[in-house]
Structures are given as C-alpha cells and as structure tokens.
Design a protein around this ligand. Structure first.
Ligand code: CU
Length: 311
C-alpha cells in the first residue's frame, strides 16, 4: 500500500509529462519571419518550431502591407533541406514599412494545424510598447523645511490618464501673500544650497500663499509618471516668485518623490536564447509541466509518509 502512493504519484507525473510532449509538439508554430534582403527583398522566409508538412494546400505564407494589400506571389515552398522553413516570393521594390505575415502550417509529426500572424518591418524599427511594471497610481511627498523657513506640507504626485504626471502641492508656514517658484528636480537628495539641487525635470506652476500662509498649487508635467515617481527626483520650493536672483533661488522646502513601483526587485532582462530554438515563451509550458510533475512526485512522497505514519 505504501508504495501505491509513490507509484501513483510517479505514474501521474509520467502521464502529465507525456501529455506535455504531445501538447508541445502538436503544432508547427512559426516563431520567426525574415526578409532575404534588408533593403530590396525578393522573398520572406518563416521558421517553425518543428517540421512543416509538405502536403499540398496545407501550408502557406501570405504577406500584406500596412494597407492590407497582399504583396506576395502565392508561391510558398518548403525548404527541401530544412522542413522547419518555408518561403514565399514578394513583389519587387517593396517600400519601407511594417508588413504582416500570415502563416499556416500542418505539423509533419502529428498532422495538427496551426496559424498566426507576425509583424515584419522593412527599413523601419518597430518600437514595442512596454508593459508598465506594477505600480501605485500616486505617491505622497513630505516636505522638509530648508534654510530655517518653517515651511511644511505634502505633495501628491499622481498618474494622469495619458500616463503623464499630475502634482498637487499643499504648504503651510509661508509668508502670507508670497509667491514661490517650484520645480521637480532630478536627484533624490535635498540640499539647502540651490547649486546642489540638480537640474529640473519639469517646472511646477507657481504657488501663492493666502493670508494665513497656506498655499496649494496644481500642476501637470509632460513626463511619464514612472519617470517622475522613480525614487530619484524631488520637489523643491524656492524663496522667490522668479529665478532672477540667487536669493530668489534659495530653497525653502524640499521633499523626495518616492518610487511608485510596488515590486521591490529591479526588473531583470528577459532571457533570450543565444542560438536557435524556440523563444523563451515557447518553452514556458515545458517548465510549468515539469514543475507540475515534480509537484505530483512530491504529493506521492507525502502520501507515502502519511501512510507510514498511520501504521
Ligand atoms: Cu527649483
């Protein structure tokens, strides 16, 4: 009986692993498309993660321009020396732009069909829009008084709908009725010396105190929120209503803008295989299934232990 648990776990793991093999090898997925020539191409070649069936009418490569006009010659052929590759001729003199390659294959291994689309730039660079990391939509800045000003307060730095930055500053302890320039400066560290405050990332609207010395300002910065709330900038309020004199530039309040990122770890670069083979994402299911197998073996082991304990 006690071996039954272990054997059961191992069997389940094996069944899962076999299922993984069949799932992962079921499709001749195309992971790469390329021109034969970077400036004056005559064909497009696609590379699949396994051999493509050469059965007539089951494989195709179609190339479209940005106006969705087909620009290939419909003569897709599979490479006789490498069945993971197929090519199609394209019209001569294609202008630069981003083309779309629609592909369809049937696996030579098990006959399963697959299809998809990939962007293929010609003479231009595709800039991927990165997914922003997990982050808070606003952070709070706490001001410290500088140069004996007695000024205190906070600021809310928030992400605008367009990803830019809104800043609301609330201060007290200002000389009544005075107006002050304020900026987001680059660098986390505050200093009582104007010369040590670093460059401006962007300027905030001037802030003016009421008769009680309280003041609020609301500004918008044309800078991405995550480039502002990254732990490496600060808000500085200065003495004067303009920067015309050194005395006006003397800082009276300063606070570091905290990072809005909610993950402590710095982003790690994506691992990319240095040689051929499927890209990292195509391998992920394998890793997951190996982990599931390992988990089931563990469950079997725990079952064995429990069986022993019950005796
Ligand atoms: Cu400043």
């Amino acid at each position: 009986m006690k071996f039954g648990y272990l054997a059961g776990g191992a069997l389940a793991a094996t069944v899962i692993a076999l299922a993984a093999v069949s799932l992962a090898s079921a499709h001749a997925k195309v992971t790469e498309v390329e021109w034969d020539n970077a400036t004056n191409p005559t064909k497009v070649t696609a590379t699949a993660i396994e051999d493509i069936s050469s059965a007539t009418g089951t494989y195709s490569l179609k190339v479209y321009n940005s106006s969705n006009v087909q620009v290939d010659k419909g003569d897709t052929t599979i490479d006789p020396n490498d069945a993971t590759k197929m090519s199609v001729s394209v019209n001569a003199g294609l202008p630069n732009g981003v083309y779309r390659v629609d592909w369809a294959t049937v696996s030579a291994g098990d006959g399963d069909g697959a299809s998809g689309s990939l962007d293929l730039p010609l003479g231009v660079t595709i800039t991927p829009s990165p997914t922003p990391p997990p982050h808070k939509s606003s952070v709070t800045v706490t001001f410290s008084a500088l140069n004996g000003s007695g000024v205190s307060g906070t600021a809310t730095v928030s992400e605008a709908d367009d990803g830019d930055t809104g800043v609301t500053v609330q201060l007290s302890g200002l000389p009544p009725g005075t107006t002050h320039i304020e900026h987001v400066h680059i660098g986390a560290a505050c200093s009582s010396q104007a010369s040590e405050l670093g460059m401006h990332l962007f300027d905030l609207d001037d802030i003016t105190a009421d008769a009680s010395g309280n003041a609020t300002s609301t500004s918008e910065g044309d800078v991405a929120f995550l480039d502002v709330a990254n732990g490496n900038n600060k808000i500085v309020v200065h003495t004067g209503p303009d920067a015309s004199t050194d005395a006006n530039k003397v800082p009276i309040a300063c606070g570091t803008i905290p990072s809005a990122l909610t993950t402590a770890a710095s982003p790690t670069p994506r691992s990319v295989p240095s040689t051929g083979g499927p890209p990292a994402d195509a391998r992920t299911p394998w890793m997951m299934l190996i982990l599931v197998g390992a988990f089931l073996v563990t469950v079997g082991g725990v079952g064995l232990t429990l069986a022993r304990l019950k005796r």
